[in-house]
Design a protein around this ligand. Structure first.
Ligand code: AMP
Length: 385
């Protein structure tokens, strides 16, 4: 990285193999990666077309028109957004390392690829079928039953691009909403899983092949958006081994470097894999304060070829997303044991704009503190609607 870039401090240590990491995407995950990299003397820059993105607070943002400049500025590349176009990722990869690889990215970008890989690796997943035409929905209903979850196989996030059919006469409406997407890729129809709860496992794999696992998080969604993660997920001792075994198979098959997340449904028959995210994940934000080494730092360490950090939990914690509208900061901070992470994003309905991790020093106070924070957030949600 040229030292004339005035708005960055300059690390001039010959023992730093990686000085600048180029991140595809500039959202809050990029911001938090850069925050974790900073104390290690590693700087991050971003390829992102939205100049007001959260990551701008900590590093230079290059637009896609400045692709070459971005490419030349970095020692190595990673990503914070899995829907990043594959082509530029492959171009970058042809010059310097991209972790995770564009192959891992191509699997994770497509729900059908992802679920086929789960089957290939004998990772139990939800029953599914590809939907290319409207008539395929009827076939899916016959095979998988109702309710039926119809999803775009590409580009969906936070519950977007999904339709739950409760009755067969909703087929037209579902097709009207999602059918257009089949021009680029088939839809996926999934059997509706009456899960007991949702959990995720986050693991990091280093360049030596070493793998470390974070404890399972229990996740609650509202309107398809993650609202709350509890760590460690209660009563999951019997599930941890299966979750670790599954994510290990994925990490090794993909020859993956960095943080990978596997989202799972807990059912009476064990875990069913829902999807992977080839990146740091919202259900791991607790680890900034709640783990010895956060998911963000471990991702930076992995991609920079540094030793991995301790994934142990320091204290039970609950992470609450701030969605749509900010609560009054002083009201939140008046609650003992909270950590606020504001992404500096404009308020907008359904948008993740901050998160709050609750972890009072006396863990017996956790539930009470979470209720207090949740009450402040529900006030803002009501004010918004
Ligand atoms: P996804 O984008 O696949 O993570 O879906 C968002 C949320 O929708 C999940 O976290 C679940 O709460 C719910 N969901 C997704 N797929 C299914 C399914 N096959 N059965 C029941 N609920 C689902």
């Amino acid at each position: 990285m040229p030292s004339q870039t005035a708005n960055f401090y300059t690390v001039n240590h010959s023992n730093y193999p990686i000085k600048t990491i180029g991140i595809l995407g500039g959202g809050q995950l990029g911001l938090m990666l850069a925050q974790a990299a900073l104390p290690l003397g590693i700087r991050c820059v971003f390829l992102e077309d939205s100049p007001n993105c959260p990551a701008r607070l900590l590093g230079q943002v290059f637009s896609s028109e400045q692709f070459d400049e971005f490419s030349q500025s970095c020692d190595i590349f990673t990503l914070e957004f899995e829907n990043t176009p594959l082509k530029p990722a492959q171009v970058l990869e042809s010059t310097k390392q991209l972790y995770p690889s564009s192959f891992a990215l191509s699997v994770a970008q497509d729900r059908l690829n992802e679920k086929n890989l789960f089957n290939q690796l004998s990772i139990a997943t939800v029953p599914f079928l590809a939907v290319n035409h409207k008539e395929d929905i009827q076939k899916a209903i016959t095979t998988l039953g109702l309710p039926l979850v119809l999803k775009t196989s590409r580009g969906g996030y936070d519950g977007k691009g999904q339709f739950v059919l409760k009755t067969a006469d909703q087929m037209d409406t579902a097709w009207a909403e999602l059918g257009e997407a089949t021009k680029t890729a088939p839809l996926i129809a999934e059997g509706f899983i009456n899960f007991e709860r949702e959990v995720s496992i986050i693991a990091v794999r280093g360049q030596t092949g070493e793998i470390r696992y974070y404890p399972l998080a229990q996740n609650e969604h509202h309107d398809g958006i993650l609202a709350k993660s509890t760590v460690p997920a209660p009563n999951t001792e019997h599930l941890t081994q299966q979750a670790q075994h599954n994510i290990k198979k994925l990490l090794e098959h993909l020859n993956y470097v960095g943080v990978l997340t596997l989202e799972l449904f807990v059912t009476p028959d064990g875990l069913l894999a829902n999807e992977i995210a080839p990146r740091v994940h919202n259900s791991g934000h607790w680890s900034i304060e709640g783990a010895v080494c956060s998911q963000f730092e471990n991702h930076i360490r992995a991609v920079a070829g540094l030793p991995l950090g301790d994934t142990s939990i320091t204290k039970p914690s609950v992470m609450l997303n701030v969605i749509g509208k900010y609560p009054v900061l002083a009201d939140v901070l008046a609650i003992e044991g909270v950590h606020v992470h504001n992404y500096d994003k404009a308020e907008r309905e359904g948008r993740k704009i901050a998160h709050i991790t609750v972890m009072p020093s006396d863990s017996s106070q956790l539930e009470a503190a979470v209720s207090q924070v949740a009450a402040l957030l529900s006030t803002t949600h009501q004010a918004h609607s």
